[in-house]
Design a protein around this ligand. Structure first.
Ligand code: MN
Length: 290
């Protein structure tokens, strides 16, 4: 077996609040993982499962811009409402994924959905920032609202579980999201004691996050709940075995080997492009959102 070995297993870093609605563990960039190490994935914010108390006025993050990349929001518990300056809005509920291409620029806001907020309860989300290749950085903004029940699923043998293919491919199943560079993104659901075998190109940057339960990777590495596993860029095959009922977010992609100029909500190739982003934002070119 041409095993893709573990480079490191990273416990959740100390959390911080994004607005008042998201209590996130930022696995990268920073800490142990540089802003290129998981390219094309630039950022991984993980709101591990917590309970929010009921609140009439929804918690969240107010209006802010993005340019030059995509935000991918994956909901495991709770519900988020989203509005942007192109007039799009929607609700990302349990099991759903929102793939927003900021491209040339949007303003948006992200809040707990009203009914969820009033009731409170468990909340668990991932937000990924996916870089765009230089030639697509200024693409027209769009978003893909992906409800959980439309995500293609691969059934593992003997009711061992399912692999939801959000993007890319798993065996003969093609993911539902369209991407600007080659990316595989799965939610792997495993029953206790069962395994899934996954294969990615050697050079693809690859990691996984244990969202529920606990797993053993390649028959050796113990990855508990809320831990991130970073893989070496050698070998192709990964085996995940669940020690209890588990959900694992698996991400892998072809690196974008271009310069990075990143600041705040913008992810560009050069400092001049960053400056342009701030200029355009300050001159109202990202549109309007209340
Ligand atoms: Mn945002």
């Amino acid at each position: 077996m041409n095993t893709k070995h573990i480079e490191k297993i990273i416990p959740p870093p100390a959390p911080h609040m994004v607005g008042d609605g998201f209590r996130v563990h930022n696995f990268f960039p920073g800490g142990n993982i540089s802003n290129r190490r998981m390219s094309p994935f630039f950022l991984l914010d993980y709101n591990a499962k917590i309970d929010f108390a009921p609140k009439d006025e929804p918690r969240g993050v107010g209006v802010h811009p993005h340019r030059g990349f995509e935000t991918v929001t994956i909901a495991y518990h709770g519900s988020v409402a989203h509005h942007d300056s192109t007039g799009n809005s929607g609700v990302i509920g349990q099991g759903d994924v929102q793939w927003m291409t900021a491209g040339s620029g949007v303003l948006h806001k992200e809040y707990h959905e009203e009914n969820y907020s009033k009731k409170g309860g468990p909340f668990q989300m991932v937000q990924l920032w996916v870089n765009l290749p230089a030639k697509h950085k200024m693409t027209t903004p769009k978003y893909q609202a992906i409800s959980g029940n439309t995500i293609p699923k691969y059934a593992l043998q003997e009711n061992g579980g399912t692999i939801e293919v959000i993007a890319g491919e798993y065996k003969d199943i093609r993911g539902i999201a369209s991407t600007f560079s080659p990316i595989h993104l799965y939610n792997v659901h495993l029953q206790p004691g069962t395994s899934a075998d996954i294969r990615f190109s050697e050079n693809y940057n690859t990691g996984l996050l244990v969202v529920q339960g606990s797993i053993i990777v390649n028959n050796s590495g113990n990855a508990p709940l809320d831990h991130f596993v970073l893989f070496e860029n050698k070998g192709e095959e990964i085996q995940i075995t669940a020690t209890e009922e588990s959900i694992v977010l698996v991400l892998s992609g072809e690196p974008i080997n271009e310069p990075i100029a990143a600041y705040g909500p913008f992810l560009m190739n050069t400092h001049a492009e960053l400056q342009q982003a701030y200029d355009d934002f300050n001159h109202g070119k990202f549109g309007y959102l209340e």
